[in-house]
Design a protein around this ligand. Structure first.
Ligand code: SF4
Ligand code: SF4
Length: 394
């Protein structure tokens, strides 16, 4: 079987050519008829220039499809073909989790001694126990988020080279995702894990759905969103130690749209339990905007990332809420980083930072400062490669 067949994930037999997937796209203006023609073109391997230029890889078309046909994978299938022939431009390498150092690992030296010690401990702890948390690259960039009493009883185990492969998946680097599935299967094989918890919806969706269903991974543990586990635990404990009487607007993650209420509603329920008042954006939930992290997957352009993030930061500002609240650590990194380029009066805060405050703990907010170091590193290490014609393979 050739690669195209092996990595062809669209469910052709279930597609009714209704056009919903693209007609509801928030980034490209397709009429219903155009959307239907575009899907036909994608099925025949002929995406239009409109799609090639405008898709920011937000992944929402999969959530829009009423038949669960995975239309997004018709788009990324073309990106995989492109990657097979040309590889990735070398300017992308510093942003990839497969490169060491990369924009995340380079900020470890800017962390507190306590956070650095947490990372060492996670790396040396075997993934075993009733409750194990998979940190993933994003939580490893902001370990302070789980330095909290509410994490007592949860074993945290992980390292930089145990990436879930989400970025490869979003870019259509399917052979790299397949290698990731094999590596993670081997890593967790035979381990006594009751339940694996995930802070990031992206890692949860990869472990629960994408890696097993599409790339052959085999995991014997149950998976759960950390927010669900914490909401149940907090509701059992009664009222928060400190009610956070303030108005926030909530940014939703791409993978949360796929996972549905388990993440979209649960996160809001946890914010509300803490006393936060939610002022929704014009576009939220299924129709919400991407933080911008995925926007570079199509054209490998940093400007696509920045403009997408600015769109979401502006959308949040229009609500007049005091803070921009989120629950995905990857979104926090992207929006905090881009807020240096599009200054906003709204601090970007993670659900776990609020929870520390609501449970009466001291709170720190290192993301803003840490992403300034990231921005500086990217400027010096990635931008000079912008004009390089060189390509490489992951
Ligand atoms: S991935 Fe997002 S931007 Fe791209 S076509 Fe689908 S809905 Fe539109
Ligand atoms: S992929 Fe789904 S939403 Fe898109 S045309 Fe087919 S059935 Fe409709």
């Amino acid at each position: 079987m050739d690669n195209q067949g092996r990595f062809d994930f669209f469910r052709y037999e279930d597609c009714t050519l209704c056009g919903d997937c693209l007609a509801r796209c928030e980034y490209i203006d397709f009429s219903r008829d155009e959307a239907v023609e575009e899907v036909k073109g994608l099925i025949d391997g002929r995406p239009s220039r409109k799609l090639q230029k405008g898709c920011i890889s937000c992944y929402a078309c999969n959530a829009f499809c009423p038949q669960d046909c995975r239309p997004y994978e018709l788009i990324t299938r073309n990106w995989f073909e492109r990657y097979k022939h040309k590889g990735l431009p070398v300017r992308a390498s510093y942003l990839m989790p497969s490169s060491f150092p990369n924009f995340r690992t380079d900020v470890v030296k800017n962390m507190s001694a306590r956070e650095q010690e947490m990372l060492r401990r996670w790396s040396n702890t075997p993934p075993e126990g009733e409750l194990v948390l998979y940190p993933g690259c994003n939580l490893m960039t902001l370990p302070h988020l789980v330095d909290a009493g509410f994490m007592q009883g949860v074993t945290i185990s992980g390292d930089w080279d145990l990436c879930c492969g989400e970025m490869f998946f979003r870019m259509g680097l399917f052979d790299a995702v397949e290698r990731t599935a094999r590596k993670l299967t081997e890593h967790y094989r035979g381990r006594e894990i009751g339940k694996m918890l995930f802070t990031c919806p992206a890692c949860l969706n990869m472990f629960r759905n994408v890696l097993p269903d599409q790339f052959g991974a085999e995991f014997s543990f149950e998976t759960e969103y950390l927010g669900s586990y914490l909401l149940a635990r907090m509701q059992e404990s009664g009222q928060p130690a400190r009610r956070l009487e303030r108005k926030v607007t909530v940014h939703d993650s791409c993978h949360a749209r796929i996972l549905g209420d388990e993440v979209l509603k649960t996160s809001r329920d946890l914010f509300t339990w803490m006393g936060l008042e939610i002022k929704e954006m014009d576009h939220s939930g299924l129709q919400g905007y991407c933080c911008g992290a995925a926007a570079g997957c199509n054209r490998y352009s940093p400007f696509d990332i920045i403009f997408s993030a600015m769109r979401e930061l502006w959308e949040a500002q229009k609500t007049g809420a005091r803070d921009l609240a989120l629950y995905c650590t990857g979104c926090q990194i992207t929006l905090s980083l881009c807020s240096w380029l599009f200054p906003t009066l709204q601090p970007v805060r993670h659900m776990l930072e609020y929870l520390r405050e609501a449970t009466g703990e001291e709170v720190s907010h290192p993301a803003q400062g840490r992403t300034f170091h990231m921005l500086t590193n990217i400027t010096y290490k990635a931008l000079p490669k912008m004009l390089s014609p060189r390509h490489y393979r992951v």
